[in-house]
Write a protein that binds this ligand. Structure first.
Ligand SMILES: NC(=O)c1ccc[n+]([C@@H]2O[C@H](COP(=O)([O-])OP(=O)(O)OC[C@H]3O[C@@H](n4cnc5c(N)ncnc54)[C@H](O)[C@@H]3O)[C@@H](O)[C@H]2O)c1
Ligand SMILES: [Zn+2]
Length: 361
């Protein structure tokens, strides 16, 4: 087991990453999550696979376990699901001495964390992530959120978990199309902070996509360390944490397509390519580094079906995000593999050209 610390003053916690951890989850949480009762929250798909084992592990550590299950998928990050979850907590008479545990991907952790943050002005919570996205990104850092019909993640708050336990063995059942979702975020953080991690990804892109756990374990540990370090340096996203939006302004635009929408990870990889091309146009990035970013994203994208891109709508969505001021945009621009900067002076025309260039991959 690797213990990754999120060093936050007064709210530090550990992200344990390893294999075979789920059956010891109660023991692993116990020191950091003192509670009589815990409400274990999952989605139906994950619950069918792992609920019993997680609940048994929690009971074995002395917790009284209540449980609830939400539908799988983004629709569970809704006001309605949030309301039902709060009512479940109230019916179970959870009080401030109790806790909540999320077992699932980013949907379950975002929803559960927000309910934990707001019920009775805040209960302790912990995360048992079951997707690569949740292990390296969503489960770490305490950003919680639900969606409104008007947009994603519009309601939420920061509420750090007390502990995170990542059992990579749970990823054996991950649907094949989910690997690229996590890998896209790993590639993003590698471009931001870690040339060595990037080199490992580009050396064997197919092993990542195939979900080879021997290959992915050290990669997940490193990605979790990097995310934890960013969170510790900037817990409330006052500065550096905003760099985690690399590729995401383009991605969110692409995800606004009128027709079939690309999955988030696919949109992020396309966004990383657009960001690299933009950086070239701004003379901020070497040709060689831009090529390497394109090559890695391209190696993964070639192996998945791509929907037609709605570049017109993407540009509309990017412009309407209050992101354009007097023809200038705020965008994260890579400077090298391992370094990027947030710029607020990017000419909208240059961003548009980078987006439109995605018509040719
Ligand atoms: N809070 C943050 O900092 C942060 C960061 C990144 C993403 N997010 C959020 O995370 C969400 C996406 O999370 P996600 O990619 O984990 O998706 P997800 O939670 O929807 O999970 C993807 C699918 O895989 C299934 N699944 C999960 N684990 C499984 C397993 N081990 N075996 C079999 N099936 C499994 C789920 O039931 C679901 O159908 C988005 O809502 C996004 O906004 C939040
Ligand atoms: Zn993302």
């Amino acid at each position: 087991v690797k213990s990754v610390r999120v060093e936050l003053a007064g709210a530090a916690y550990t992200v344990a990453v390893g294999r075979g951890l789920i059956d010891r989850a109660g023991a692993l949480l116990h020191a950091d999550l003192p509670a009589g009762r815990v409400l274990l929250v999952s989605d139906v798909q994950v619950a069918g696979l792992y609920f019993e084992r997680a609940a048994a592990a929690l009971r074995a550590a002395g917790y009284a376990v209540e449980s609830t299950v939400v539908p799988a998928g983004e629709q569970s990050k809704s006001l309605a699901s949030y309301g039902r979850l709060l009512e479940t907590m109230a019916r179970a008479r959870l009080d401030r001495a109790d806790a909540v545990v999320a077992l699932g991907g980013g949907v379950v952790s975002d929803l559960t964390g927000f309910a934990a943050a707001t019920y009775r002005r805040g209960l302790a919570w912990a995360v048992l992530p079951t997707t690569l996205v949740a292990m390296v990104d969503a489960g770490i850092g305490g950003k919680t959120a639900i969606n409104l019909p008007q947009g994603k993640n519009l309601v939420g708050c920061f509420h750090q978990p007390r502990a995170v336990v990542c059992d990579l063995d749970l990823l054996r059942t991950l649907p094949a199309e989910q690997w690229i979702e996590g890998l896209a975020e790993v590639a993003k953080i590698a471009i931001l902070l870690d040339p060595d991690l990037f080199a490992r990804l580009e050396a064997e892109p197919e092993r990542g996509l195939a979900g080879d756990l021997d290959y992915l374990e050290p990669i997940a540990v490193r990605a979790a360390e990097l995310k934890a370090a960013v969170v510790a340096r900037d817990p409330q996203e006052a500065g550096e944490r905003a760099l985690l939006n690399l590729g995401h302004t383009f991605a969110h635009g692409l995800e606004a397509a009128r027709g079939p929408r690309p999955a988030h990870g696919i949109a992020v990889l396309l966004g990383l390519i657009a960001a690299a091309r933009l950086a070239r146009a701004l003379e901020a990035l070497s040709m060689d580094d831009a090529r390497r970013i394109e090559a890695l994203a391209g190696a993964w994208l070639r192996r998945v079906p791509l929907p037609p891109l709605d570049l017109e709508r993407a540009w509309e969505a990017m412009g309407s995000d209050k992101k354009t001021v007097a023809g200038r945009m705020r965008l994260v621009v890579p400077r090298a593999i391992g370094r990027a900067e947030l710029r607020s002076d990017v000419a909208a025309d240059a961003a548009r050209a980078a987006l439109d260039s995605l018509a040719e991959l």
